[in-house]
Design a protein around this ligand. Sequence first.
Ligand code: LM2
Ligand code: CA
Length: 456
Amino acid sequence: PAEAAAPGPKDTIAVLFSYTWDAIARECTDTLGPAGYGYVQTSPPQEHVKGPQWWTYYQPVSYKLDSRLGTEAEFQNMVNTCKQAGVGVIVDAVINHMSGQSAGGTGWAGTQYQHYDYPGTYSSQDFHSCRRDIANYQDRWEVQECNLVNLADLNTGSTYVQNTIAGYLNKLVDMGVAGFRIDAVKHIAATDMQAIWSKVKNHDSLYVVQEVIRANEPIQPEEYTSVGDIHEFAYGRKLKEAFGGGTINWLIEGNGIGPTWSGFLPNSNAAVFVDNHDTERNHETLSYADGTNYDLAQIFTLAWNYGSPSIHSGYSFSDNNAGPITDAAGNVIDPVKGQGNWTFKHAQNDIMNMVGFRNATYGTAITNKWTNGSNAIAFGRGSAGYVAINRSGSPITRTFTTSLPDGTYYNVIDAVRTGSTWSGPTVTVSGGQFTATVGANHALALHVGAKATGGG
Ligand code: LM2
Ligand code: CA
């Protein structure tokens, strides 16, 4: 079958939700590239319905690269700039459906559309005949051929539709994107997804993450592993239970969270996140609003060895529909750190430095596990790194056992890196041990790429 590529040794994706192309280009140069992120994921870039809500991007009306996030020229500049910074662009591809406005209207780039009619792209015959909402998720046919929240469901079994979708994806491939997050894949038959993917150029060199939420239903994520990775939603739910509930030792006991847990995808197919743009709104997972617990869960995810991680970075909100700040014409205003309600989680010091930890420890086994039996854990990554996470309200001082070589290491949770120069707190390892205090609701992380003395 037509398979996508593995993410490679720099496997962290920064998801810059609702960011403009210009702002993503800037972040690639200023933060993502230097921090070691392998990828940046954009919101859907195609022409969409108009409106102030964030979810307008999930209602395509044509495949013109003209959106409130930027123009085609800006998109191309972003791809080039990010590539220059060593960061591949992953596009959120909405291919299961078109718009869901029963009344029709004018799209962002001027396309006059009706429900089931998108001049120049699709007409009525290109949609499944069900034309009512999905009600019963136990019925495979209904889930794949009826409408998800009124979104006109494309007949992805037809050659014309497959070729049109592949044409859109191929245009993006020609522009230099590194891969795709494919939206609503549960709603696309696996055979249709495979047929579309086989028509995408260089598909075996692109990285793909698919959204197939596992539930007690006939359609299961495993049907899609022949195309690419799949988001393991159970991972984020368990992290909410642990870091939200207070007891985290069970995440690492035994084999720890991962492929041996029931209902979890194999390591080679799993993409993981603490949250995404849907789960931060429906509270299925933690979110930025959970403060330190959220940050500790991100640190855990980057330190642990299950799946390829996505770090969500969007904006704070109280209204689930609220879109990002725009100008009077509806163009999103470039996010700037410290301005407006952007969280800039991707550029937070501890998270950026943990991306460096992840890269420095890539491919190593979990070693030297320790827990206090409830709210504190620590583990090593081979002899390349060591992390301790304290989810309790009091500092913990103890002597840890590690496989790290002797030397003095920066605690990258608090230390700051400027180019190749570090400054901040250090810990000295000697004879496989170090003594340190891990602050209340805080962490400590050491790795061979951030050593003060003792070589490396
Ligand atoms: C996804 N994954 O499978 C996205 O992650 C999710 O964010 C998308 O929903 C969904 N699939 C469709 O691409 C979002 C949002 C919905 C929104 C849709 C379409 O969560 O609330 O639906 O995008 O924009 C909205 C209204 C809904 C209305 C629909 C059509 O909330 O009430 O349905 O538009 O007009 C009548
Ligand atoms: Ca469908």
